[in-house]
Write a protein that binds this ligand. Structure first.
Ligand code: 13P
Length: 360
C-alpha cells in the first residue's frame, strides 16, 4: 500500500479546504461563456482560468484545482505556467482524464464515459507535468427505468479501471459518479439511485484492488430533482446524504468532496454546512471528511461579473474567494447565511433563467 497516495489524498482534504473544479471541456466552457456573451475562444478560456487560479488568497480555502487538458500547459499573461502558479501557492494540480460521455449502446437514453484507451500513457504525461491527482466523471439520470443495471455496471467498471490506473501512476483518483439533479424525481428516488450507484462503484473499486485510503469520492448530494415540486430543507438533504453514504462508503476513504451539480452556490454551501454541524437534526461526526469539489457553485457568480472584461477581474476574484471561504466555513459547520451579506456588492443573485442555465 502506498503511503504517498494516502498522504496526498489526506492533503486534499486537510484544513477544511476543498477542490476548485475548473475542468470544463471546451464545449461546456463555451456554452457557459455563450450565456454571458463572452467570446468562445481559446484565449478567453485561458484568461478565465488565469483569473480563477490567480485569485489572491485562494490557497487559504482551496487545496487543489482540477484542470483540463487544454489548460494544463497554459501560461498566465506574464508568461508563468499555470502549474507553477498553483505550486507556488501550495495548491495541488489535478486533471480531468475522461474524454466525455457517449450514448450507451442498447441504452440510448443513458451515457457511458470514455477515455480508458491510452490512459496509462496520458497519466504518465500529466504526472511528469506535475499533476498529483485526476478526475473521471460518470453520469446517471433518474427517469423511468434509469439508471439501468447495465449503465451502473458499465460505468462502475470504467471508474474502477481508471482509479487503478491512476494509483499505478502514483496519482490520487477522484472518483465521480454523478446522479444528475435534472428532473422531477423526489429526494427518496435520488437516495435510492445514489445508494445503488455507490454500492456498485465500491464493489468495482475493490475488485480492481484500488487502495481506498488513496482515493477521493466525489458524489452528488442527495437532493430532489431540480424541477420537483417537493424541495426540502438543508437538514433533510444532509440527513439523506449522510444516511446514504454511511451505508456504502467504507470508512477507509479519507474524503467525500461533493460536486455542486447545478445547485446555486449558497444552497450548496448551506447543505454542506448542515452535514457538518451538530445539533438534534444534524448528522454529527462521520468517518470521512465531508467537503466540496465545486465547479459552478464557486465559479458561476464570478463568471457573470467577469463577463470577459479584464477590468472586472478583481471583483470576479473577490466573488470566487467569497464562495470558497463560505464553503470552508461549511466544512466546519460554521457557515451562516448572513455571511452572504459580506460578499462583494457586485455579486449578482440568481435569476430563474440563471438557475435553469446552471443545470446545463
Ligand atoms: P459542478 O460543481 O459544477 O457540478 O462541477 C463539478 C464537476 O467537476 C463536474 O464534473
Amino acid at each position: 500500500m502506498s503511503g504517498d497516495l494516502e498522504a496526498m489524498a489526506q492533503n486534499l482534504v486537510a484544513g477544511a479546504k476543498g477542490l476548485l473544479a475548473i475542468d470544463e471541456s471546451i464545449g461546456t466552457c463555451n456554452r457557459r461563456f455563450g450565456r454571458f456573451g463572452i467570446p468562445q475562444t481559446s484565449e478567453m478560456r485561458r484568461s478565465w482560468r488565469e483569473t480563477l487560479i490567480t485569485t489572491p488568497g485562494l490557497s487559504e480555502f482551496i487545496s487543489g484545482a482540477i484542470l483540463f487538458d487544454e489548460t494544463i500547459e497554459q501560461k498566465a499573461s506574464n508568461g508563468t505556467r499555470f502549474l507553477e502558479i498553483l505550486a507556488g501557492v501550495g495548491i495541488a494540480a489535478g486533471i480531468k482524464v475522461d474524454t466525455g460521455t457517449v450514448p450507451l449502446a442498447g441504452h440510448p437514453d443513458e451515457k457511458i464515459t470514455e477515455g480508458l484507451d491510452g490512459l496509462r500513457q496520458r497519466l504518465e504525461r500529466y504526472s511528469m507535468l506535475g499533476a498529483s491527482f485526476a478526475k473521471w466523471r460518470a453520469v446517471f439520470a433518474i427517469d423511468h427505468g434509469t439508471p439501468s443495471a447495465a449503465s451502473v455496471a458499465a460505468n462502475s467498471n470504467a471508474l474502477a479501471r481508471y482509479a487503478a490506473l491512476c494509483q499505478e501512476a502514483g496519482m490520487v483518483p477522484v472518483v465521480e459518479p454523478e446522479v444528475l439533479m435534472r428532473g422531477t424525481h423526489s429526494i427518496q428516488e435520488c437516495e435510492e439511485a445514489t445508494e445503488t450507484v455507490l454500492r456498485s462503484v465500491f464493489v468495482a473499486l475493490q475488485l480492481h484492488g484500488v487502495q481506498l485510503e488513496g482515493m477521493i469520492l466525489k458524489p452528488n448530494m442527495v437532493v430532489p430533482g431540480a424541477d420537483s415540486p417537493n424541495q426540502v430543507a438543508a437538514e433533510l438533504v444532509a440527513q439523506a446524504t449522510v444516511r446514504c453514504l454511511r451505508r456504502v462508503v467504507p470508512a477507509a476513504v479519507p474524503g467525500v468532496l461533493f460536486l455542486s451539480g447545478g445547485q446555486p452556490g449558497p444552497i450548496a454551501t448551506a447543505r454542506l454546512n448542515a452535514m457538518n454541524s451538530t445539533g438534534p437534526d444534524r448528522p454529527g461526526p462521520q468517518p470521512w471528511a465531508l467537503g466540496f469539489s465545486f465547479g459552478r457553485a464557486i465559479q458561476q457568480p464570478a463568471l457573470a461579473i467577469w463577463g470577459g472584461a479584464s477590468s472586472e477581474r478583481g471583483d470576479a476574484q473577490l466573488s470566487v474567494l467569497h464562495r470558497a471561504r463560505c464553503n470552508t466555513a461549511a466544512r466546519q459547520g460554521l457557515y451562516e447565511p448572513a455571511m452572504e451579506n459580506h460578499q462583494t456588492p457586485a455579486i449578482h443573485p440568481y435569476s430563474a433563467a440563471e438557475r435553469t442555465a446552471l443545470l446545463a
